[in-house]
Design a protein around this ligand. Structure first.
Ligand code: ASC
Length: 154
């Protein structure tokens, strides 16, 4: 049996879909909002990656559950900052190198390398093996550093 939905209901559903999808693709009112957003995302990611890295290098006692929880958060966060590198946000309160916008493909590839390394760390952390976590922290840290060296001032 074919079901018919009134046009108004379909419009409503489409609008609701758009509203739900919006946060992932949100535009920023001003370049400085994009700068604040990406910095905040990096800050939260670094905080949670740092806890796992601290366990990997023995500065924080290893706790498998905490490692898995923090790796999960860092992995989710790793997906967020790059939406903030919008055109026009090369100027302002930022250490981002202008060449990011001149070589966006290279920058995005470096971002993807970090995101994939973080995702592998997440898998390792869920596995609970400290040696695997150490290796994955090393790879992720390398990916963080590569972008800092190339694309962050100072
Ligand atoms: C961290 C953190 C970074 C990276 C980087 C790796 O814990 O906050 O930005 O590791 O220092 O070289």
């Amino acid at each position: 049996m074919k079901r018919h939905f009134p046009p108004l209901l379909l419009t409503g559903a489409a609008l609701l879909g758009a509203a739900i999808a919006l946060p992932a693709t949100a535009q920023f009112a001003k370049p400085e909002d994009a700068i604040k957003y990406r910095k905040a995302a990096f800050t939260v990611m670094a905080r949670h990656f740092g806890i796992v890295a601290g366990m990997a290098n023995g500065k924080i006692p290893f706790d498998a559950k905490a490692a898995a929880d923090n790796a999960e958060i860092a992995t989710v966060m790793s997906k967020l900052p790059y939406a903030g590198f919008v055109d026009g946000s090369d100027k302002g309160e930022t250490k981002a190198e202008p060449k990011i916008w001149a070589e966006k493909d290279k920058f995005n590839a470096a971002a993807t390398t970090m995101q994939e390394a973080m995702a592998k760390l997440n898998v390792a952390a869920k596995g609970g093996n400290l040696d695997a976590i150490k290796a994955a922290v090393g790879e992720t840290g390398k990916a963080c550093k590569a972008c800092h060296d190339n694309y962050r001032k100072e």
